[in-house]
Design a protein around this ligand. Structure first.
Ligand SMILES: [Fe+2]
Length: 202
């Protein structure tokens, strides 16, 4: 394997509470300074993400969530802990553009160490840490280290649609100590959904 040591300082990024306020169920809630840590190596070396445990106004700590630009799928391997992956594909207009508040298909998938989850192209994805420890994944998404901010915001990922909608169609929340889903009221329509056996609370 050919490792370019000149790139070492570019591999680490972290997602701050301030940035996560874009997509939290309660942007005024109290949370850790850093929600998750990323060490990016790209497709060959893999990317490692480490989530803090905990909740913010009842919502489990999660990744920001993004859609891939172009036809790009991705696999996440769960290394440690347990979580819930959310996948959503937006409806498209006649020009093939995504409609921000209409979901064609939504999936919630409870996952734990040893499992893997496939993110098909077109499906935006995020993962919430629903355990009491760090939650750790490896994934194989590509990173172009010539991008402006490749480790924090790789060029293959579109965060704007998630920001606009303040998260995905459901939030993963703690209910009686267990994960449940709570609808994001900004979404107008969900055509098809598989909630992975998780209850929905109001
Ligand atoms: Fe991704």
């Amino acid at each position: 394997m050919n490792i370019d040591f000149t790139n070492v300082p570019k591999h680490y990024a972290s997602r701050t509470h301030e940035k996560m306020q874009d997509v939290l169920m309660d942007p005024t809630g109290i949370g850790p300074a850093i929600h998750y840590y990323m060490i990016r190596g790209g497709t060959d070396q893999k990317n490692i993400t480490v989530w803090e445990p905990g909740t913010i106004s009842g919502e489990y700590i999660k990744t920001y969530g993004h859609y891939h630009v172009g036809n790009l799928s991705e696999t996440y391997w769960i290394v440690f802990g347990k979580g819930v992956a959310l996948l959503q594909k937006l409806a498209e207009n006649e020009n093939g553009e995504m409609i921000s508040d209409e979901v064609a298909e939504f999936k919630a998938i409870p996952v734990e160490a040893g499992q893997e989850v496939f993110m098909p192209d077109k499906f935006g994805h995020l993962v919430a840490n629903t355990g009491e420890t760090y939650f750790v994944t490896a994934d194989d998404s590509p990173v172009d280290f010539d991008d402006k901010d490749p480790s924090s915001f790789p060029g293959h990922a579109d965060y704007e649609l998630v920001k606009k909608m303040r998260g995905f169609a459901y939030y993963v929340v703690e209910n009686d100590g267990k994960p449940a889903l709570k609808k994001n009221p900004l979404y107008k329509k969900i055509e098809k959904e598989d909630l992975g056996g998780l209850p929905v609370i109001n």
